[in-house]
Design a protein around this ligand. Sequence first.
Ligand code: MTE
Length: 299
Amino acid sequence: MAHRWRNDLTRADVTPPGLWTDRRRLLVSGAAAAALGPAVAIAEERLEPNSFEEITTYNNFYEFGYDKTDPVRHAAAMVTEPWSVRVDGLVERPGEYALAELLEGLEAEERIYRFRCVEGWSRVVPWLGVELADVLERIGVRGEARYVAFETTVQPDAMPGVRRGVLDFPYVEGLRLDEARHPLTLLATGLYGQPLPNQNGAPIRLVVPWKYGFKSTKSIVRITLVAEQPPTTWSRMAPQEYGFYANVNPNVDHPRWSQATERRIGGGLFSRRQPTLMFNGYESEVASLYEGMDLSRHY
Ligand code: MTE
């Protein structure tokens, strides 16, 4: 790819707690924040990852149930080896790819990203992954393709939520092709330098950091290139609440709650909510993808 996103954050870049507190204070006083713009920007770019425990014990993975602790309690039973991904639709090289074959020669790199759930909580995750763009290149996208659809495994024996039918499974999601090819978009295979825990979507899941977390399909078994916008689980369930784009936007409230602020997991029960950033803080990288679109309508 011509343009590669520079990964200039490492775990050595953690925010000194004082600086983080300063930023919060600065954000409270808008005028001071404006005057000290560059200082705020620097603090903002130094992300302190949540702990491994925080990332792996509070999850959404409805195949295992509704509760945030269902995934960690049940996901060990999911079979992740061997794993293959069916690649079909408008591609040059369709087929059933063993995971190792799909990723062969691509080196997973660490990306420390903000992660914002549509429910109003957030965290910072040190993912390990490859750019989806590189995998799309491998399978050969045909000219007529405009969207990529993703599908999650369905393993009723291991998945109480599937047995109870809490959603219409398989969980399906999709991206516009330019979003899928954006260098921020990852297929993650690990976090904290280790293979992905099952509850986080082992062995391979999508990560799209400027969108609400529900776009980030877990435990992917199928990637399909299509010409038309594909159906997605949450927009099918509640189209007035969850759109196809699902870009993080503090100015567009969910019909039942505000999206202006978020609760950072691990901050403690009484920690103050922090402002949600446009495109989850990735505005300068991705805003151009949506030029001319009414983001309050295409939510
Ligand atoms: N993928 C599948 N297959 N099933 C799900 O229920 N939940 C989504 C997303 N991907 C979900 C899924 C939602 S709502 C969120 S917020 C994230 O996964 C949570 O990812 P995490 O548990 O790794 O933080």
